[in-house]
Design a protein around this ligand. Structure first.
Ligand code: ADP
Length: 742
């Protein structure tokens, strides 16, 4: 009897092709989700080679087998290039081994090569089984029950070069490695007034080159999708670099993607760029090829999160909708999506053809709106000086200020606000020290070079404060705005900034000067403001937490300990939940849920049971405002007292290191995108008859504006957090992942 696709009882997971940071987190998520659904989960070692070889290369997994791997780079399953899998004979052996282990479904994590192989294998599956049945190697009944091979793929590739997902596993970590390296090169280049040409990976995809250029404030970028417009591009590049020197820039940084080429398809190598610069500018120019450094190291917080949700969704897909066509599980606009694996592979391959045919408009279009937008913003930011104002153009005076706690990425945002405002022919002024500074008239001009180097600088150079004006303060601020002739304000900050901006906006009837447009750009590590699913600074804070918790875990495992780690977040549990997911915490205490004595009892019982069975470390993350009585030190004492001497307990309050450090690439990119659009909007409004004020933000990855007047309606009445918190949907995933074994 033939059956259609059925709910699998057993699945196998493998990693293949080039390794990518986050593959381990994906394997862990597949195993734990599979086990919690009652499946047998098999680990296949060494990629398709393990599938072809069978035997010891295919092993039944336990939850503990994937413990402690979340923070490791590369893949613990190993990966190999397997020539035999490219042949039918090799794939026949693979099918034989799946049947021999009674495996019903397959999860493949790899790049486009691996997913192409997977797609071919799935298509051939029925034929392969028929052949094995005829050869007497597989029972007819097994073959009949397995006419389809449910198969899902996840893209593990640092290049971010695959269709079917906005981000591939490993790309964010690679961006971290590249921007760290460029930041380091920048300081040496500036010391010696040198030029550096940096080659980054990406054969058909300029994602890493473009985003790292944007995130590091590089001065020129060469990517495969958008070659230089003209044949004398070398002259234009050198003129731009020379102009930068003319206005006092101490370093020149040029990023070249591995696959960069000119309009005619001739490769542009880093060495060629070096020679051209050295000859034209007559200055010492060096090439750095970042090579395999880009692949290495511990996965970033985002890659751990992405891999975890994709791994979870892959198994859910196999359980609920196995279908007879293989699927690629990815994210689009921050939502999990699945698409035909075959179609994604075909579209990815066609990108190579489009570039080979020199059809660059199509190539840029295929990459999507935010890629093109990022390229345009890059082009404005790298100019050595602004475009001159148009004749007769109205010159506005735009003010930029911060409010709320410092958030990494604030300086990046001010740099962009200044550069875009000046480039459009307007004046830009900085208000020092938030709304308090505005009241006191602490206002100074920003010039093109006053913000040089700010893209990567942590902290908030112009200063911030938590002051929210009320009563007479509002009138004084209105006078200052009038005295300084400010036509629009861009507030880059957190909760206090939103409250302050709203207070001014709401007072415009009493003070007509306050009728100016105000744009709020979300910048808060707490990620607790309305109008945006993510705020600038939260990703850096998350990476800071993750780095520290990794170290804490190492010390805990050495001594059989439970750690209670307290993270920031004010009334929002975002940092706690996301860091819990990214570090493998077994429990997170969130202000949205609170914590009861009953919860604490259950958690102690769970810890005692785990340690009795050989568990070596425990990790609990507590958000700072979860409960006024059950403080971090209370929980620590309680766990220690009730731990029955099975473990000792330590606490760690991470404190202000969470707000510190240079912004992560993601925060730099979002600060750049959001502020650039925010300033455009501000200018448009300032020139209009009835200016609007807005909160700018990301909604499913897209930029959106929300009327500032609606601020009070979008937040909870008594606590500092928005009513809508989409990330709370991740709670069930965190619970599945928190199985013993880490
Ligand atoms: P990546 O997955 O990172 O793109 P590769 O292109 O090296 O890496 O592919 C990894 C493995 O996937 C190969 O060694 C091979 O086993 C398998 N593979 C790649 N392309 C095919 C194909 N066309 N048919 C069958 N297997 C393939």
């Amino acid at each position: 009897m033939l059956t259609g696709p059925h709910r699998p009882n057993s699945i196998a997971v493998l990693t293949s092709g080039g390794d990518a940071a986050g593959m381990n987190a994906a394997v862990r998520a597949v195993v734990r989700t599979g086990l919690s659904a009652g499946l047998d989960v098999y680990l296949v070692f060494e990629g398709f080679q393990g599938l072809v070889d069978g035997g010891e290369a295919i092993r039944l997994a336990t939850s503990a087998d994937v413990g402690g791997i979340l923070q490791q780079g590369g893949t613990v399953l190993g990966t190999a290039r397997c020539k035999r899998f490219r042949t039918r004979e090799g794939r026949l052996a693979a099918a034989r081994n799946l049947a021999a282990n009674d495996i019903d479904a397959l999860v493949v994590i790899g790049g486009d090569g691996s997913l192409t192989g997977a797609s071919i294998f799935q298509r051939e599956w029925r034929d392969l089984l028929d052949e094995l049945v005829q050869a007497g190697e597989v029972r007819r009944s097994w073959a009949d029950a397995h006419r389809h091979l449910p198969l899902v793929g996840m893209v593990g590739s640092i290049d971010n070069d695959m269709f079917g997902t906005d981000m591939t596993i490993g790309a964010d970590t690679a961006l971290h490695r590249i921007t760290e390296a460029i930041d380091a090169i920048r300081s040496t280049a500036a010391s010696h007034q040198r030029s550096f040409v940096i080659e980054v990976m990406g054969r058909n995809c300029g994602y890493l080159a473009l985003m790292s250029a944007l995130a590091s404030g590089a001065n020129w970028v060469l990517i495969p999708e958008s070659p230089p417009d003209t044949d004398d591009w070398e002259d234009s590049m050198c003129q731009a670099l020379e102009a930068g020197r003319g206005i006092g820039r101490r370093q020149n940084l040029v990023i070249v993607a591995e696959g960069a080429q000119d309009r005619h398809g001739n490769p542009i190598t880093a060495e060629h760029v070096r020679r051209v610069i050295e000859e034209a500018l007559g200055e010492d120019t060096r090439v750095t090829n970042l090579g395999h450094v880009q692949r290495g190291g511990s996965p970033s917080a985002f890659d751990r999160y992405l891999s975890t949700i994709l791994g979870y969704a892959s198994v859910e897909h196999l359980l609920n909708a196995p279908g007879d066509e293989s699927q690629l599980i990815g994210i689009r606009e921050h939502q999990i999506i699945n698409s035909s694996l075959e179609a994604c592979v075909a579209k990815t391959h066609s990108m190579g053809d489009v570039i080979a045919a020199h059809d660059y408009d199509t190539a840029m279009e295929m990459r999507g709106g935010s890629f093109k937008e990022s390229f345009d913003i890059f082009l404005t930011n790298v100019r050595a000086k602004p475009h001159p104002p148009e004749p007769g153009q109205q010159r506005l005076k735009l003010g930029v200020l911060h409010a709320g706690g410092p958030a990494p990425g604030m300086n990046t945002a001010v740099r962009v606000a200044a550069r875009i405002g000046l480039d459009r022919g307007h004046e830009v002024v900085a208000v020092g020290g938030g709304f308090k500074g505005l009241e006191k008239g602490r206002i100074h001009d920003l010039h093109w070079m006053s913000v040089s180097g700010w893209v990567s600088k942590g902290g908030a150079e112009i200063g911030t404060s938590r002051f929210v004006p009320h009563g007479a303060h509002i009138g004084t601020i209105a006078e200052q705005i009038a005295d300084h002739g400010i036509d629009g304000l861009i507030m880059v900050g957190g909760w206090a900034g939103y409250e302050a901006a709203h207070a001014l906006h709401a007072s415009r009837d009493a003070h007509p000067e306050l009728g100016l447009p105000i744009v709020c750009v979300p910048a808060s590590i707490n990620n607790n403001v309305p109008g945006s699913e993510i705020s600038i600074g939260a990703d850096t804070a998350l990476n800071n937490i993750v780095n520290d918790v990794d170290k804490i875990k190492q010390s805990a495992v050495a001594s059989g300990r439970v750690f209670v780690v307290e993270v920031m977040g004010h009334d929002s549990g975002y940092l706690a939940l996301m860091s819990g997911l990214a570090t493998g915490a077994e429990r997170v205490y969130l202000p949205e849920q609170g914590v009861s004595l009953e919860d604490l009892r259950t958690d102690i019982a769970g810890l005692r049971e785990g340690f009795a069975k050989g568990k070596r470390l425990g990790l609990v993350i507590r958000s700072e405002h979860v409960d006024p009585v059950y403080t971090t030190s209370f929980i620590r004492s309680l766990f220690e007292r009730e731990g029955d001497h099975q473990f000792d307990v330590r606490q760690s309050i991470l404190g202000h290191i969470q707000q510190g450090g240079d912004p992560s690439p993601f925060d730099r990119i979002q600060a750049t995108r959001l502020t650039a659009r925010g300033v455009e909007f501000l200018i448009e409004q300032a020139l209009s008859e009835a200016p609007q004020s807005a909160m700018i933000g990301l909604d499913r990855g897209r930029i959106r504006f929300t009327d500032l007047a609606t601020f009070p309606e979008l937040v909870e009445p008594d606590v500092h957090r928005p009513l809508e918190q989409t990330w709370m949907d991740l709670l069930p995933i965190a619970e599945v992942m928190a199985q013993p074994g880490d």
